[in-house]
Design a protein. Structure first.
Lengths: 234, 523
């Protein structure tokens, strides 16, 4: 049979068809739209995301999985376990009907903490936790293995002192500015966060984005869509 | 139509807990009373009450946790005794069995004679003490549902037996209210449509109910007209669907057997699913290493899941172990589907459906709760309130039935308007207890809010818990709140501020009786 020259558009289409399939396990979990530019591959399954500087950002990462029916667990977040924190959690888009809150003493021993995290990962898909000051290297390895096996995502609010827990993505708040409040007038209306994302394995290139987190409704939105009435002096 | 005898021990979970009959006792599951002793009923406690409310009605009430395994194991002697009277005894749940009466009735000389014999036998097995709490009753009718209601009607009569004559089950069921169907949503809808009794349900054409309510309408019509919920299928389940597993050497631990049964159950359900079938009555056979055999029929009103099958194998084995008939280990487990129905599947609702992830989470969270300690795994529930800590409440996992909670999703709950609450966004961290703080202004003298809500001078610096002074870059307030002024013990009078300090962190500050505190923070 004679070779047939195909137009390049057709070639592209075929290339797309025979492209190696990305299995569901290797694809990341979805993140909400305003954060997509920071995490283009989504939340890694079986990986760890470290968020530095904003608890609201750590919680907002769980919003899209939660909306898709995944369970979320807050472990050892202390005061967030109290109630008003949960009003914020709800506003950020995490459904309360698929949320569990676990109280573990974080600073005492990493052993209890690691056990609680491992057991939470068996139950839920996204675990948001504050790490203890020191995690033993042995425990960190055990945790990473369990995480890969379960395909859950661990979101850490802050890091342990020795950085024993490996981070696949790191989101760091670089600038934070509250809007809507002045000298004796207005109220906390929204916050403009500038976030830098770094990572490894395909996400090594640093990325930067500004988002409204929280926006006036308590959710997350892209900066441009919000008109600012008052701007606090920095 | 299968004429059926039902034996029911009213409030079996209470008698299984082996309590004193004169004590008020309630068995509680997921914070709700599911069974209550006679003394408890006299004190005004009914099934379905919240635990707290039950305790308020009767302070000396003893609360017992629900344990299905205990209930089943305690009930097993009754099943064994009845198995000697009739060839086939179906266990519906702990405390309730059904016996098809076709053969046994002729053998023992009629329905009435059979019912009295069964009542006597149950009485003998349970003994005086348990009979006083369990009150076993017997009913015979043309359907299982009818027999069950007949048995419940017999409660309190001198002879605990009620036989509904052949062919008159429909008339017997007629006057009962629709609530007895055990489908609260359906019953509620019927009532709103003006249909209050089963006679009114039965007078419809079955096709009309099917068209309006789907398969559930069909089932309801069957029950109301004195038929069984699943039409008898002339097709015998194929013998090759029975699955078994032999153990060499024999197993001598219950959990090993249960583990093997789980694999068998998965296997069986997979086979049935391939044919689009589900099992509602299951025959479980256990063989001892010395040739002893125990067999039981288990019937369930919903299709069996693997977990439900494993539980029943476990209960059957535990009941057997109590009789001490078993000397060696368990050599064989056989599961045979006895009554299969077409699996219509379950139409998942748009909201509040439960997925595989939900089942995994429910299992996993209860494990987690066992690991970290009871009361330390909690789930949120929306409340309403003006104060920050009133808007969402956390409830211990043990007191919630997660599956049921998902069914009635709380996504639809509206918190209602609470004028005076902080506007969104809400703070992410709530300090409990509140952090003490100090505030000063540029002028000498303290910063304070007067009774009229006037600020003495603008706040410019903040110190948290005696720490270093931080500059306040922006602030708003005071918002004065006066709550429950009618109740001196609980009244509060405070003023609230929002402040932003230099590193972009915002706090909710309160001043109450001249003391400053940080109530919450935005991180």
């Amino acid at each position: 049979m004679a070779a047939v020259a195909l137009p390049s558009s057709e070639l592209d289409r075929l290339r797309e068809l025979i492209r190696p399939t990305a299995l569901a396990v290797t694809q990341g979990r979805a993140v909400i739209e305003p954060l997509q530019s920071l995490l283009p591959l989504g939340l890694p399954r079986g990986g760890t995301v470290v968020v530095e500087g904003s608890l609201a950002l750590a919680i907002a990462l769980a919003a899209a999985p939660s909306a898709a029916g995944a369970w979320v667990c807050l472990v050892g977040l202390g005061a967030v376990g109290a109630n008003a924190g949960l009003a914020a959690v709800r506003e950020l888009g995490v459904g309360l009907e698929r949320l569990a809150v676990v109280d573990v003493a974080v600073d005492e021993d990493s052993d209890g903490w690691v056990n609680a995290i491992a057991a939470s990962m068996d139950a839920v898909d996204v675990v948001i936790a504050r790490p203890p000051r020191l995690v033993m290297a042995r425990d960190a390895r055990r945790l990473a293995g369990r995480l890969r096996e379960r395909g859950a995502t661990l979101v850490l609010h802050g890091r342990d002192r020795a950085h024993t827990l490996t981070a696949d993505r790191v989101l760091r708040v670089q600038q934070s500015r509250w809007e809507g409040i002045g000298q004796g007038f207005g109220y906390l209306r929204s916050r403009c966060l500038t976030i830098e994302a770094t990572g490894r394995a395909g996400a090594a290139q640093p990325r930067r984005a500004s988002v409204m987190l929280p926006d006036p409704d308590g959710g997350v939105s892209a900066t441009a869509t919000v008109t600012n009435l008052f701007v606090a002096s920095p | 139509m299968t004429r059926t005898l039902v034996v029911e021990c009213i409030d079996w979970p209470v008698s299984a807990a082996r309590t004193d009959p004169s004590d008020p006792v309630a068995v509680v599951h997921a914070n709700r009373v599911i069974a209550v002793s006679r003394a408890g009923r006299m004190a005004g406690i009914t099934a379905g009450l919240r635990r707290r409310e039950a305790q308020a009605r009767c302070p000396e009430l003893r609360i017992v946790a629900h344990d299905p395994a205990r209930d089943a194991a305690q009930f097993d002697p009754v099943v064994s005794a009845l198995a000697a009277l009739a060839p086939r005894v179906e266990v519906l749940c702990a405390g309730r069995v059904a016996i098809p009466t076709h053969g046994p009735s002729r053998y023992w000389g009629g329905d009435q004679a059979l019912a009295e014999l069964v009542a006597q036998r149950v009485h003998d097995v349970l003994g005086e003490r348990t009979v006083a709490t369990a009150a076993p009753v017997v009913g015979i009718a043309d359907s299982r549902f009818g027999a069950q209601l007949a048995a419940q009607q017999a409660l309190g009569h001198p002879s605990p037996v009620l036989v509904v004559p052949t062919g008159s089950t429909k008339e017997f069921l007629g006057p009962f209210p629709v609530a007895v169907l055990g489908l609260p949503d359906m019953a509620d809808l019927f009532r709103r449509l003006g249909i209050t009794t089963l006679a009114q349900v039965a007078q419809f054409e079955r096709g009309d109910l099917l068209a309006r309510f789907g398969p559930l309408g069909d089932v309801v019509h069957r029950l109301a007209s004195g038929e069984d919920d699943h039409p008898l299928d002339p097709r015998e389940p194929a013998p090759q669907w029975s699955v078994d597993m032999a153990f060499e050497p024999p197993l001598d631990r219950v959990d090993q057997v249960a583990f093997a049964a789980k694999a068998l159950a998965d296997d069986l359900l997979q086979q049935l699913a391939n044919h689009g079938l589900a099992c509602v009555c299951l025959h479980i056979e256990l063989h001892g290493s010395q040739g002893e055999i125990i067999e039981r029929w288990w019937r369930h009103d919903r299709p069996f899941t693997a977990g439900a099958i494993t539980d029943r194998v476990r209960w059957q084995l535990e009941g057997w172990l109590r009789t001490a008939e078993l000397v060696g280990g368990i050599a064989l487990v056989r599961l045979r589907p006895d009554h299969v129905v077409v699996d219509r599947g379950r139409q998942l609702g748009l909201w509040g459906w439960s997925s595989e992830a939900d089942e995994r989470a429910i299992r996993g969270l209860s494990r987690l709760s066992a690991l970290v300690g009871s009361g330390r795994v909690r789930v949120p529930e929306l409340r309403g309130g003006r104060q920050l800590d009133e808007q969402v409440a956390l409830i211990a996992l043990e007191s919630v039935d997660l599956g049921e909670r998902l069914e009635h999703s709380l996504a639809v709950t509206q918190p209602g308007p609470w004028p005076g609450r902080l506007p969104t966004p809400s703070p992410t961290v709530l300090h409990d207890p509140v952090l003490s703080a100090d505030v000063r202004g540029d002028q000498p003298g303290i910063v304070q809010v007067s009774g009229r809500g006037l600020l003495s001078q603008p706040p410019t610096q903040l110190s948290i818990g005696g720490g270093p002074w931080q500059a306040i870059t922006a602030w708003a307030g005071p918002w004065c709140i006066e709550e429950r002024w009618w109740d001196p013990a609980r009244s509060r009078r405070l003023a609230r501020f929002q402040v932003v300090v230099q590193d972009g962190i915002a706090h909710v500050l309160t001043v109450e009786q001249g003391r400053w505190a940080i109530e919450a923070s935005y991180h």
